[in-house]
Design a protein around this ligand. Structure first.
Ligand code: GLN
Ligand code: ZN
Length: 781
């Protein structure tokens, strides 16, 4: 008889209506007590478990809930807070988990987390006390980075987790506990204050007893299965890390509970044999991204180990093709002697909660989609179908899925022959500027007539309450389009006026009319849709609502032209046209799964390219195409970097190459590490590249110098993420340092990112100091 089980790796915790976000923020404002916040958490967990039970999952998953972040939760669970917080070992009763105040101190620092700039998420800095945030693999979720040193000790503080287990059991649910496994936990952390030669993998022997004790205690509480996530098995691992797996899991095998080792986001490749050999009771693999490995994994995974197949895409919002899934699963089921577990490919943290109440999407598009709740229903249908229970409801669900999948594949809303043809027709000349940089530079100098050490900003100026209120009122229909437009034109005039007063050389219009740098363009492009409630946690209480790219992308009409020409009409000085690049548009959206990302990127590139052409025709002399997300799109495996970088940089070049030689193309990138992809960044051939670098004291620039970056460069001379106003002297020092690496004729002077999160007062002083710094540099050369 078939024995098909269903489970999930993790569930979105923010709540159907972002209850957790609102509760957290109320608590941080001092409007609710810790007990009230705990109660919200308890209610959300109960609701989410009930939903899992109702979908017929064989277990509810406990341990995926966190008030801020699951890695932070594990720092608490294993009592390894960095010493600087003052509640590390010896200073707190370690039998007890950290309380909320302690957790939030680590997450936000004692002075609160600094404002963040970059579209989808934040940078971890500010007062320096908070733990660093990093992107969770290639997702847009940010986790808090554990810190390890040779002094790190671990001791189990499981009362919070055990409390949640007891809660679920009291509600009558069979429980599977999910945690990050010990090797991924150490890998995802960083070394701090470490002695020479210290490597955090060496902490494994200290950490394992805590895991072992936990597994034993969970077993004692009647928890049969514990899921340990080791997604790093999908990465290029150094030998020391790979070799640690076997002994690690031999030790954990002694502890009792049955371990479901969970991998996701990436094929296992050279770690496939290792993962199958480990002495665990089950292995979960990503059946979406590693589908081609399923057969060999099934061959290698000895009975009676359980194979869990992540067949439903946990990273995207599309409905599963259930017929295709069944044809993958049926032979596996047979191979496994009738025993198989089914799950989403990864935690559902990365998709929105439920399509119910999704009012903004049109019904046809909606019928093609599945959020977390709908993905659970898909698992139930698959379980019934594979288990041979083809009752009426299952039949109906399969038929409905078939219809939606078929409809999407054939829809004219998805396919636009004109777009496909344009992409096919792209030739090498379409991705090349006419003349090489040196020649363009001469033409642009003649046209723009800028001083040495030209000053500029990255694009946005403060998004004031007035601006936000006007946009909200316009969206609600309470402010007529004409009035909204008048208000935005006034904001632009205001921003231009202030920049002239400050004395900047190259101006921007300030982006007042933009809610978000991706959404603003997506809303005006065919092929993009916007949901009403498609929120996904980004970090802490912060959520994003990524656009959904569902069809061929085309630009029906100009998107920025009227604002750009208005801004340019206000000044003799050049005002940059401001666009978002194709890779960033792609990276911060849910993308199509019916064509390669590269194809979608080229379609977006062509749409933005048309905007470049319109702007230059209207006399705009400088156009910036932002690509802050180009680095974060890098695949998890090195072997796939070249392929990605080839199409990503090509998409940028296709966008930019519409520009005549005398039109100056700028681009901007956030995040400071570029050294390993510098040749590819150079291949984008932007005339001017502005980067974040103030926080690394220009260290990033060394690479640009060493590797001979050929074009002009604007290393950020001050950190816009902090409200403190930089002094002229500090900026002069940074510019001097920069000029040791890049000759001054190729250097620009600018902050390290957009200013939309800052206030006007600090912005004006900071920029005035920056302009003074540029003047000092001019005087000295
Ligand atoms: N032009 C954008 C701005 O200034 C760039 C933002 C970003 O780098 N994420 O806001
Ligand atoms: Zn930036």
């Amino acid at each position: 008889m078939n024995n098909v089980h269903t489970h999930l790796l993790g569930f979105p915790r923010i709540g159907a209506n972002r209850e957790l976000k609102h509760a957290l923020e109320a608590h941080w404002r001092g409007q609710s007590s810790a007990a009230e916040l705990e109660e919200t958490g308890r209610a959300l967990r109960a609701r989410h478990w009930a939903q899992q039970a109702a979908a017929g999952l064989d277990f509810v998953t406990v341990g995926d809930f966190a008030f801020y972040d699951q890695m932070l939760g594990q720092i608490g669970l294993f009592g390894c807070a960095p010493a600087r917080f003052g509640f590390a070992a010896g200073q707190t009763d370690l039998a007890q988990s950290f309380d909320l105040a302690q957790s939030f101190a680590m997450a936000r620092g004692t002075g609160g987390r600094g404002a963040d700039c970059c579209g989808d998420g934040g940078h971890a800095h500010g007062n320096g006390a908070a733990l660093e945030m990093r992107k969770w693999f290639d997702t847009n979720y940010h986790y808090l980075v554990p810190e390890f040193s040779e002094h790190t000790t671990f001791s189990l503080a499981a009362d919070r987790l055990l409390g949640e287990v007891a809660e679920a059991q009291a509600l009558g649910h069979p429980v599977k506990v999910a945690l990050v496994g010990p090797l991924s936990f150490l890998w995802l952390g960083k070394e701090r204050d470490n002695a020479p030669g210290f490597e955090r993998v060496g902490l494994l022997n200290r950490l394992l007893p805590a895991y072992g004790e936990l597994l034993a205690r969970l077993k004692g509480k009647g928890v049969e299965w514990v899921q340990l996530d080791e997604p790093i098995l999908g990465l290029d691992l150094p030998p020391a890390w790979r070799n640690a797996f076997e002994s690690c899991y031999w030790q954990l095998a002694q502890a009792g509970a049955r371990i479901m080792l969970a991998t996701y986001f990436s094929p296992l490749e050279e770690n496939l044999g290792l993962a199958c050999r480990l002495p665990v009771a089950g292995l979960h693999v990503d059946g979406v991204r590693a589908r081609h490995e399923l057969t060999s994994i099934s061959d290698w995974l000895a009975h009676p180990k359980v194979l869990s197949v992540g067949i439903v895409d946990g990273r995207n919002v599309w409905r599963t093709d259930l017929d295709a899934a069944i044809s993958v699963l049926a032979p596996l089921l047979e191979k496994r002697g009738g025993a198989l577990w089914l799950a989403p490919s990864c935690s559902l943290l990365h998709v929105p909660y439920s399509l119910e109440g999704e009012t903004a999407l049109d019904p046809e598009l909606r019928s093609w989609m599945a959020y977390a709740a709908e993905k659970l229903a898909e698992l139930a249908t698959l379980k019934a179908a594979l288990g041979g229970r083809l009752d009426a409801a299952t039949g109906a669900a399969l038929a409905q899925a078939r219809q939606a999948i078929g409809g999407r594949a054939r829809s004219t809303r998805v396919h636009n022959d004109g777009v496909a043809q344009r992409v096919r027709a792209l030739g090498p000349a379409d991705e090349r500027r006419n003349a090489p940089f040196a020649q363009r530079q001469r033409l642009q100098r003649a046209r723009l007539n800028l001083p040495d050490w030209p000053t500029t900003t990255i694009g946005s100026f403060p998004q004031t309450d007035t601006i936000r209120a006007a946009r909200a009122a316009h969206k609600r229909g309470q402010l007529a389009s004409d009035d909204y437009e008048t208000a935005m034109r006034a904001e632009i005039a205001h921003a231009v006026g202030r920049q002239l007063e400050i004395g900047l050389d190259v101006l921007v219009h300030g982006e007042a009319e933009r809610n978000d740098m991706v959404e603003y363009f997506g809303e005006q492009l065919d092929g993009f849709a916007f949901s009403a409630g498609g929120w996904v946690q980004s970090y802490g209480s912060r959520c994003v609502k990524p656009p959904v790219i569902y069809g061929d992308v085309a630009r029906p009409r100009a998107m920025t032209l009227k604002w750009a020409t208005h801004a340019q009409s206000l000044s003799e000085r050049p005002v940059k046209g401001m666009l978002t690049g194709p890779v960033t548009m792609l990276q911060w959206s849910f993308v199509r799964d019916d064509q390669p990302r590269a194809q979608t990127a080229l379609q977006i590139a062509l749409a933005i390219r048309d905007e470049v052409a319109d702007l230059q025709r209207a006399g705009i002399g400088i156009i910036q195409i932002d690509e802050p997300a180009i680095r974060e799109g890098l695949p998890l495996r090195r072997a796939r970097w070249d392929d990605y970088l080839a199409w990503a940089t090509r998409a940028f070049r296709v966008t930019a190459a519409a520009a005549r030689d005398d039109v100056q193309i700028h681009t901007h990138m956030c995040y400071s590490e570029f050294n390993d992809i510098l040749p590819q960044i150079a291949s984008m051939d932007a005339d001017v590249l502005t980067i974040e670098s103030s926080r690394s004291d220009m260290a990033t620039l060394d690479g640009f110098g060493r590797l001979g970056y050929p074009n002009a460069l604007g290393p950020g001379v001050y950190d816009i993420h902090s409200p403190s106003v930089p002094g002229t002297g500090a900026m002069v020092r940074l510019l001097r340092e920069a000029s040791r690496v890049i000759e001054p004729a190729r250097l620009w002077v600018n902050p390290d990112c957009g200013l939309k999160t800052r206030g006007w007062a600090e912005t004006e002083t900071a920029l005035a100091n920056m302009v003074a710094a540029a003047r000092q540099m001019r005087a000295a050369t």
